[in-house]
Write a protein of this length. Sequence first.
Length: 287
Amino acid sequence: MREYIALTKPRITWLILMSTGVGYFFGLKHPWDGRADWLLLLNTLVGTGLIASGTAALNQWYERKADALMRRTAGRPIPSGQLTAARALWFGAALAMAGFLELYFGVNPLTGLLGAITLGSYLFLYTPLKQRSHLSTVIGALPGAVPPLMGYAASYGSLTGEAWALFAILFVWQFPHFLAIAWMYRDDYARAGIRMLPVVEPDGMSTSRQIVLYASTLIPVSLFPALLGMSGKIYLIGSLALGFWFLYTGVRVAFERTNVRARQVLLASVIYLPVIYGLMVFDRPSL
């Protein structure tokens, strides 16, 4: 069972469910009146968790040969021989199908469709493109930012500007997060033939510039919830403080292109997302 759980990448799934839950909360018309549909929320989180876990398992099945070449992934269930590729394939397909059915029939068709689009674009566009172009990260960031749309669609029934504001924050946030990872593990990626930006341009100048660019872009993008009335002044001040701190860690990478500085960007990104979500939810107006 431990190997099957490892296939689902629980830490990533947790971040996905957090983003979905925030989207669901902002899709509620009156979130503070105690009339939330808890069964609908449960169906949303279960369905999203299943389809995200299935996607992760299918991704590991697809990339099993590349994973075997990288030190940080060689211990995963398939390349290490703890699970056969066939079992991982059927397990991932079953989870993904169960998640889609749960979302489509237990929540609403729009949420199910968004889940299916996420799975399809991640597996059939982003994953194969990783060995062809460093622009794969742009493609991968699109399905990566869909979870808040799924949560919003589940509670509201359609997508509005508020939903797309949540999408935009998560979309931009992913770039400094994944570029930091790509820099730290550039040798591993090169060994597996995965064309991340630090592999294509080993000096790291382009990588550090893009980290600074996207961290800078995240500051105005993070203001969308305040401008749309989704959250108030506490969120506004907090998002600016978080954004400039995140940018500061990125600027340090630009001057010192080392694994230590990249790890600090990664740590900042992991702290940034739940904190900004927390501020957003805490400071949502009651009316």
